[in-house]
Structure formats: structure tokens, C-alpha cells
Ligand binder design. Structure first.
Ligand code: SAM
Ligand code: SF4
Length: 468
């Protein structure tokens, strides 16, 4: 048994990251005729981990099911970013417990992901949820098959709090055969005071450039049209392993593979270089879309958050991108109700939103995470006040989202068609280069292709169009 330890998770050394080239083979009849139910919560990183978990389960012979009643193993791939993620997990665990007690004593219940890296969560699972069979963390997904094969009747808990290694030769069961996530970096060393990620995912460590470029080439050969380079701070890519190779160089090499669309998330404003802006501006297949989290428009709050930029620096970067990258769409993340955020601080955030007129934004009420510095800060603002601020912010964001979408009316734009629309089976959906969701008529035979679409209607969160 290995338990998470927040003190270990917080440690950072100058040790070089170890690269492990896995060579794993399993008998795919071991769990033949058995089914797995996988539920993933949270960010793109978790979604991509979910694709690895699915491939690992299938390497043992499991096939997937959408219902826990049919499942032999349930895997809950969790998120720890906000408290409501905890509520969601415990709600769902209740259903799993009921299923195990009433209908299927042999049901294997496994918990993994960021919550599994939290000391208090694992303690709680040991004390109050003995029906959970396996707990593993973000650092040992590659051990999943062995954990299943070697599990004992007791709870099998194997979570490591460490800086982390990089594992290569990983198989994924990708959710799409049109667009793919490609990890370029793991972990985070920014230690924003509100955020749990540096503790749950280890130190910032970059994959080697050749491993990334080869993965993209392979995806292109398989017919993928789009890759999204993934990391918590993609702009800091390479700093830990190269002196003369950075994200601008990697973007260039990935663009040069000729894959039709290249995206990247998430960009921290701190490491965004002019060189990067130039690369985005000069390659047609690097999409003019940047997710650039602001978090707050008040310098006082940004400092308390340890974001290491001021609102003036953010605005300067924002304007530089908008000037150099033609028709670039910029989206953001904003937290309201951070400890001691006054009405004036909040109004400064609204001012920055009014200046930037973001294409859209993910907005959150600050949620204290145990073990982070902000969780120890005194917080005098009531929840009602926080909710009012969120409401006001969302009203403004939605106004600008609608405005941004309205600029597309009657224009013809390239859209990568991804599949049949869930709401209307006569339509297909896809995304513009600027990441606008478009529902399209007359294009059912165009799935997997980039086509010209005339925009006929603009709503706050999507566009309608017709193939021409
Ligand atoms: N690495 C990215 C960055 O630096 O912006 C984002 C990582 S996080 C998965 C996504 C977003 O969740 C953050 O940008 C932040 O707005 C939000 N978030 C993180 N911790 C939070 C907390 N404790 N309470 C509320 N929102 C939080
Ligand atoms: Fe969290 Fe900050 Fe790292 Fe983003 S940069 S993952 S918000 S600590």
C-alpha cells in the first residue's frame, strides 16, 4: 500500500526527469467477456488520461459499457480542482455501492485521477468506503493492468506523491478519429496559491521533441486532421530539458508535419514569448485561437494568487496577439470571490473584460483546496456576494460571446466537421479555426473534412450554417 503525502507532493528538486520507454504486453483474454464502465471528470488532461485508461482495460479483454448495471469494473477518473468535483464523485460512488451490495458482489470499483492524489480523500475512502477495491493516482496509470490482475480482497491503494517520470509508448483509445490530444508536458511548477494541480500532477516536465513530433506524424498518417498539444503551461515547454528549444520551435516542427490543424492548451500569460506569437501568425495550420487565463483583473488579487503578471502586462500581451495574429479568438478563465476580493477588485476584473471583450470564458467561484496557501487565507466575503459577482460577470461575458459570434453572420468560414449533432440528427457539427461551434445543414457526407460553411445565425454559444 502506498498513500498520498502532500509534503512529498509539494517538493521540487533539480533532478532530471526520468524517461521510461514502456514495453508492456498483456493477455487480452484475461478479462474476456467482461465489461468496464469508465467515467471521467474534469479537464482535457483527465479526458486524455481516460483514453489511456480505456486502452489499458481493453488490453486485458474488457469491452466498454455505458451502464454500471452491466459493468464488471467501474473506473472513476476524478478531478480535484474545485469542491463540487468531490460532491460529484461521492454522489456517484453511492450508486456504485448500491449496485455492488444489491446486484453484483463481484463488481470491482476503482478510483483514480487527481482526487486519488489527495491525502484527505484517500483517508476518507479507507475509513468510510471499504467497498472501493482499487485506488491509483496520476503517476501510476501504467500500473492499472497489474493492479487489476494482482488485486487482493483488501483495498488495494497505490498512490505516489512524487515529482513524476515520463512514460512513453502509451496506447490510447481515442474518443475521436478526427482530432487528437497530444501531451507535450506534464505537471506544473507555477504554484498559483488557489490551485491543487502542482500537488496532484507533480513537477513540470516536458516530453522529448522527437517523441511528440513522431506521435503527430503517426496521427496524420492515420487520417487525423487536428492535434491539440496539451499541458498545464504549454508556453513553458522545454525549459526543463532544452536550452535552445521551446514551444515556438515545437509549434514550428508540428506545423511542418503538415497536419491540417494544430492547437495548444493551456497558455500561462507569463511565458508567452514574441517568438510564439510570430509562429502562430505565420503558419496557416496553427489555429488563431488562444486560451489565455486571466484569473483576475486586480493586481492585488493577482499577486495574492501568485500569478506573476499584472493586469497591464496581461493587456499588453492580449493586444500584441490581437494585432499580430489575424482574426485571433481569445478565451479565458476567471475566478471570482478569491479571499479578500473587494467590490473594487471585482470591478477591475469587469474593466479588463470590457477591454478584452473575450470570445468566451470559463468562470468560477473560488473554491478552497486543502493544502494550498489560499485555503489558509482569511475570507470575509459571503457566498451570496460571490454568487452575485459570478452572475454579473457571466452576464457580461455572454454579451461579448454573442457579439463575437455575430461578427460571423453571412461570412464563409472553414469548419472541420466532426459528427452528427446530438440535438438535431439532420445537422452535423464542427469547429471553425477560431474554435466556434457550428451546426451545419447539408453536410452529412462531410464528416472528417474541412469545408466552407456560410454562417446563417449567431447565438451566444454556437453558430448555425450551411455547407456551400
Ligand atoms: N493551467 C491552467 C492555467 O494556468 O490557467 C489551468 C488549469 S485549471 C485545470 C483550470 C482553471 O480552473 C484555472 O484556470 C482556474 O481558473 C480554475 N481553478 C483552479 N483552481 C481553482 C480553485 N481553487 N477555485 C476555483 N477555480 C479554480
Ligand atoms: Fe494551477 Fe496555476 Fe499551474 Fe494553472 S498554472 S495548473 S492554475 S498552478
Amino acid at each position: 500500500m502506498n498513500l498520498p503525502d502532500i509534503k512529498e507532493a509539494r517538493k521540487r528538486t533539480t533532478n532530471q526527469t526520468e524517461y521510461v520507454y514502456l514495453n508492456q504486453e498483456y493477455d487480452n483474454k484475461l478479462f474476456a467477456n467482461q465489461k468496464y464502465f469508465l467515467r471521467t471528470y474534469g479537464c482535457q488532461m483527465n479526458v486524455h488520461d481516460g483514453e489511456e485508461i480505456a486502452a489499458r482495460l481493453e488490453s486485458l479483454g474488457f469491452t466498454s459499457t455505458d451502464s454500471i448495471e452491466d459493468a464488471d469494473v467501474v473506473v472513476l477518473n476524478t478531478c480535484a480542482i474545485r469542491e463540487n468535483a468531490h460532491d460529484k464523485l461521492y454522489g456517484f460512488l453511492g450508486r456504485c455501492k448500491h449496485e455492488k451490495e444489491k446486484n453484483n458482489n463481484d463488481l470491482i470499483i476503482a478510483i483514480c485521477g487527481c482526487m486519488a492524489q489527495e491525502e484527505n480523500v484517500v483517508k476518507d475512502i479507507m475509513e468510510k468506503h471499504p467497498y472501493v477495491d482499487i485506488v491509483f493516482g496520476t503517476h501510476n496509470i501504467h500500473e492499472l493492468q497489474d493492479l487489476l490482475i494482482n488485486r487482493t480482497k483488501k483495498q488495494n491503494i497505490d498512490v505516489y506523491s512524487c515529482e513524476g517520470k515520463i512514460y512513453e509508448n502509451i496506447s490510447y483509445k481515442r474518443e475521436s478519429d478526427i482530432k487528437a490530444w497530444v501531451n507535450i508536458q506534464y505537471g506544473c511548477d507555477k504554484f498559483c496559491t488557489y490551485c491543487i494541480v502542482p500537488y496532484t500532477r507533480g513537477k513540470q516536465r516536458s516530453r522529448k521533441k522527437e517523441d511528440i513530433v513522431n506521435e503527430v506524424k503517426d496521427l496524420k498518417e492515420k487520417g487525423y486532421k487536428e492535434v491539440t498539444l496539451l499541458g498545464q503551461n504549454v508556453n513553458a515547454y522545454g525549459k526543463d530539458i532544452y536550452t535552445d528549444y521551446n514551444l515556438a520551435n515545437l509549434l514550428t516542427d508540428v506545423a511542418e508535419t503538415g497536419i491540417e490543424r494544430v492547437r495548444f492548451v493551456t497558455s500561462h500569460p507569463w511565458d508567452f514569448t514574441d517568438e510564439m506569437v510570430d509562429v502562430i501568425a505565420s503558419y496557416d495550420n496553427v489555429m488563431p485561437y488562444i486560451h489565455l487565463p486571466l484569473q483576475s483583473g486586480s493586481n492585488k488579487i493577482l499577486k495574492l494568487m501568485n500569478r506573476r503578471y499584472t493586469k497591464e502586462e496581461y493587456l499588453e500581451l492580449y493586444n500584441k496577439i490581437k494585432t499580430k495574429v489575424k482574426d485571433c479568438s481569445i478565451t479565458t478563465d476567471i475566478i471570482v470571490g478569491f479571499p479578500n476580493e473587494t467590490e473594487e477588485d471585482f470591478n477591475e476584473t469587469l474593466e479588463v473584460v470590457n477591454k478584452c471583450k473575450f470570445d468566451s470564458a470559463f468562470t468560477f467561484i473560488y473554491s478552497p483546496r486543502e493544502g494550498t496557501p489560499a485555503a489558509k487565507m482569511e475570507d470575509s466575503i459571503s457566498m451570496k456576494e460571490k454568487e452575485d459577482r459570478l452572475y454579473k460577470l457571466n452576464e457580461l461575458i455572454n454579451e461579448y460571446s454573442k457579439e463575437a459570434n455575430e461578427r460571423y453572420l453571412n461570412k464563409v468560414v472553414p469548419v472541420l466537421i466532426e459528427g452528427i449533432s446530438e440535438k438535431d440528427k439532420d445537422k452535423v457539427f464542427g469547429y471553425t479555426d477560431t474554435m466556434k461551434l457550428v451546426n451545419v445543414i447539408n453536410a452529412k457526407d462531410k464528416i472528417g473534412k474541412i469545408i466552407d460553411v456560410k454562417i446563417t445565425d449567431a447565438k451566444s454559444f454556437s453558430l448555425d450554417g450551411e455547407a456551400i
